[in-house]
Design a protein around this ligand. Structure first.
Ligand SMILES: Cc1ncc(COP(=O)(O)O)c(C=O)c1O
Length: 393
């Protein structure tokens, strides 16, 4: 039997190589509709048959199909869908899996936009939502209700890097008759494969590491054929389809994902260790540090620590602001997963939508600074933080 290709080889090759005219790179099929040979073929296609119909209907275009095939292979899934953003993927997920009277359990520490979707939109549709500390299995277990249909984890979580136990929680969700969805944006399939650990669906913002260069908006959902079939109709109806050029950029981004992620992680560990030893720094959140409360769990379920960290400086919000204002190489910006280092202030930026008491309870303090560590030379990143911290010490 042929050995399954390893991850880096799949990053480069999966989904590629079936192009007309012998084209080496997958072309951008910039078309919104398709011409049928005859009425019978058109009818067969619209009655669930194979083939391309219209750009909003999966598999969208051959460019999308190549990208979906690649990301599905990387996530070890059976099927996938490409969306216009990570939020569009999450919206299609919850609209497809939940209906009036159902209950959703979500990690309490999640991206602010996801919190907004779950806390504002779903209750309007008659869906009950509980935000739970999913690092605590007892709390999770006691939150499960008869009508719980979906558990949603973000791990590592944005921005505290809290880690939830995917394998154990998938068993708990399945025992209760619920599905498990995991937002894999921070780890990417390079460092974490939630489907292998028992999750039913993985969602991911491609705007981050998959695209990898801070120049596109996109999202994906990957899972079992059954789970993705349940989402397919919603994807068509909700209409948040990935653009063709974005699909091509994501396809290209995946080809270097393994190399970029290794470097992001190497630089992040270097910076985390430096910050942890700095007298002006109160606390560092990074799964690769022995001080991280779920360090051992992260070591079991992830194959790398990732490129994201957050930290608190002594002096709270004012000191954090001064630090962010004094960085020269690193940019002050939301989003993450780009080749360059980005810093942001969750309490006033990505997580401003959450009530302050809730933020503080979860460790998203006013003094917390989040860093998406880039792939520059690590000495330069470190120098920039060193000069910034010197100003506030
Ligand atoms: C963990 C996480 N999930 C989902 C999203 C939403 O992705 P997008 O901005 O592509 O809609 C984000 C955005 O920052 C995120 O950080």
């Amino acid at each position: 039997m042929e050995r399954e290709r390893s991850f880096g080889t799949r990053c480069v090759h999966a989904g590629e190589g079936h192009n007309p005219f012998g084209a080496h790179a997958t072309p951008i099929y910039q078309t919104s509709t398709y011409v049928f040979e005859n009425a019978e073929q058109a009818e067969a296609s619209f009655s669930g048959g194979p083939g391309y119909k219209y750009i909003r209907s999966p598999p969208n275009t051959p460019t999308h199909a190549a990208f979906i095939s690649k990301i599905t292979s990387l996530e070890d899934g059976a099927a996938g869908l490409a969306f216009s953003s990570g939020m569009a993927a999450e919206t299609a997920l919850v609209l497809a899996m939940l209906e009036k009277g159902d209950h959703l359990i979500s990690s309490d520490v999640i991206y602010g936009g996801t919190y907004g979707l779950f806390s504002k939109l779903l209750p309007k549709l008659g869906v009950e939502v509980s935000f739970v500390d999913t690092t605590d299995l007892e709390k999770l277990s006691s939150s499960i209700r008869k009508n719980t249909r979906l558990v949603f984890l973000e791990t590592p979580a944005n921005p505290t890097l809290a880690i939830s136990d995917i394998g154990e929680i998938s068993r708990m969700a399945h025992e209760a008759g619920a599905l498990l969805a995991v937002d894999n944006t921070f780890a990417t399939p390079c460092f974490q494969r939630p489907l292998q650990l028992g999750a039913d669906v993985v969602v991911e913002s491609c705007t981050k590491y998959i695209g990898g260069h801070g120049d596109l908006l996109g999202g994906v959902a990957v899972g079992s054929e059954k789970a993705i079939s349940a989402m397919r109709r919603m994807a068509v109806s909700a209409g948040g389809t990935m653009g063709t050029h974005e699909a091509w950029l994501c396809l290209r981004g995946c080809k270097t994902l393994h190399l970029r992620m290794e470097r992001h992680a190497e630089n992040a560990l270097h910076l985390a260790l430096y910050l942890e030893g700095h007298p002006a720094v109160e606390k560092v959140n990074y799964p690769g540090l022995a001080s991280h409360p779920q360090h051992a769990l992260a070591a079991r379920q992830m194959s790398g620590w990732g490129g994201m960290l957050s930290f608190e400086v002594n002096g709270g919000v004012q000191a954090g602001r001064s630090l962010m204002n004094s960085l020269r190489l690193c940019s002050l910006a939301v989003s993450l997963g780009s080749v360059d280092t980005l810093v942001e202030h969750p309490a006033s930026m990505t997580h401003a939508v959450m009530p302050k008491e809730m933020r503080e309870q979860m460790g998203i303090t006013d003094g917390l600074v989040r860093v998406s560590v880039g792939i520059e030379d690590k000495e330069d990143i470190l120098d920039d933080f060193a000069q910034g911290l010197e100003r506030i010490s």
